[in-house]
Ligand binder design. Structure first.
Ligand SMILES: NC(=O)c1ccc[n+]([C@@H]2O[C@H](COP(=O)([O-])OP(=O)(O)OC[C@H]3O[C@@H](n4cnc5c(N)ncnc54)[C@H](O)[C@@H]3O)[C@@H](O)[C@H]2O)c1
Ligand SMILES: [Zn+2]
Length: 342
């Protein structure tokens, strides 16, 4: 899989470097379409077009917010709009937004005319440290997340942390929980700071992992730490009408994974308690009942990473030492859901 050019924050801003790149010969005939939602239209588009000259004449398409845009029907509407506007293989999509916009935009780019170029300009913390990097694109089908998608990397990713200035604090904190995930699996120091440096460290770590396993056959699975549980927690929170943000659900999921790691792999209780405390400063750990655990298990059984009917999780042997593909019996999963809030 061809890799992306990732513009990290630096002395010369990532936006200035994008401005320069788009003046290069490989973009001489490019026609740009910017995909975004209403918040990014208000808060991010003015900066983007004022700093990147090539985008001043871009057309833009406004999509519904959040998961609502990760939908086949929306993708189909975007393809239709592109066709009606005469978009050809020189068209470049620019995804300006969080992970939902980059997942949908990458999916659209992968399919249109069998693949056109695209650029991710993430505007959320999760977008910057995770979703915009690595070439996984997806739409949701039948209410189940990320069921259809392609590995199709963006040509350029522009990490411009100044976009975070308008991101609501709850979204920022949710993104920080994904950064905590990176710190736990990589062994880089646990740091609550959200700075250009800590963002760059997380981006670099993801790039290295993706480079060694672009299609998720092995080591890349460490990035799913907390996610097998987290996706179930997230989906269930929506069903209960008290939706958690993705990073918040992953935070709960990491506490579950660490609880199991303590019992199955001998992880130190001190680390478990330390992370549990940090996570519960960001999100209330849910007090699940036995009945809740039945529904949570149903969600977990749908996870793409399961094999032979067993639920497979990423656990942590010690700080910075993840173990992939640990098959965990359902009875132990139920037990940890019941115990994390105690
Ligand atoms: N492809 C991958 O590898 C990957 C990795 C992680 C997550 N994801 C996906 O990413 C999605 C979550 O992405 P997310 O957490 O970025 O949320 P999001 O894309 O839903 O954005 C969250 C909210 O922030 C608003 N927003 C975005 N930028 C803003 C800004 N600068 N100022 C003000 N408001 C702004 C958006 O309008 C939205 O309301 C999920 O669908 C998840 O599955 C994909
Ligand atoms: Zn995630």
């Amino acid at each position: 899989m061809q890799s992306s050019r990732v513009l990290l924050p630096g002395k010369v801003s990532a936006l200035s470097r994008l401005n320069r790149i788009l003046k290069g010969p490989q973009y001489a005939d490019a026609k740009y379409f910017i995909l975004l939602d209403s918040n990014c239209f208000t808060h991010c588009l003015p900066t983007l077009v004022s700093r990147v000259e090539a985008l001043q004449k871009a057309e833009f398409l406004e999509l519904p917010e959040r998961e609502e845009c990760k939908d086949l029907e929306i993708a189909s509407q975007v393809w239709q709009t592109l066709m009606e506007s005469g978009a050809d293989r020189n068209t470049v999509l620019v995804n300006l937004g969080g992970g939902c916009i980059s997942d949908l935009g990458g999916f659209v780019a992968a399919g249109y005319k069998r693949g056109i170029r695209y650029i991710n300009v993430p505007t959320t913390l999760i977008g910057m440290v995770d979703a915009a990097i690595g070439g996984k694109t997806a739409v949701n089908v039948g209410g189940v997340k990320n069921q259809v998608g392609f590995f199709y990397p963006p040509e350029v990713v522009c990490i411009e942390p100044s976009f975070l200035a308008t991101l609501p604090d709850r979204e920022v904190q949710s993104g920080w929980l994904e950064m905590l995930k990176v710190q736990l699996i990589s062994g880089m120091p646990m740091d609550t700071n959200i700075s250009e440096q800590t963002i760059s460290d997380c981006v670099q770590f993801k790039m290295d992992v993706v480079k060694s396993d672009p299609k998720d056959h092995g080591i890349r699975r460490i990035l799913n730490f907390g996610h097998t549980f987290g996706h179930a927690v997230e989906a269930y929170s929506h069903r209960l009408g008290h939706p958690l943000l993705h990073g918040e659900a992953v935070g709960v999921g990491m506490v579950c994974a660490l609880f199991l790691s303590m019992h199955k792999l001998g992880l130190s209780e001190t680390l478990y308690q330390q992370v549990r405390k940090v996570v519960s400063d960001h999100v209330m750990l849910p007090k699940y009942t036995l009945r809740d655990t039945e529904t949570l298990l149903e969600y977990m059984r749908q996870d793409k990473k399961n094999e032979n009917g067993e639920i497979c999780c990423v656990l942590l042997q010690e700080f910075g030492v993840p173990v992939i593909d640990v098959a965990v019996p359902e009875v132990e999963i139920r037990d940890c859901f019941l115990k994390i809030a105690k």
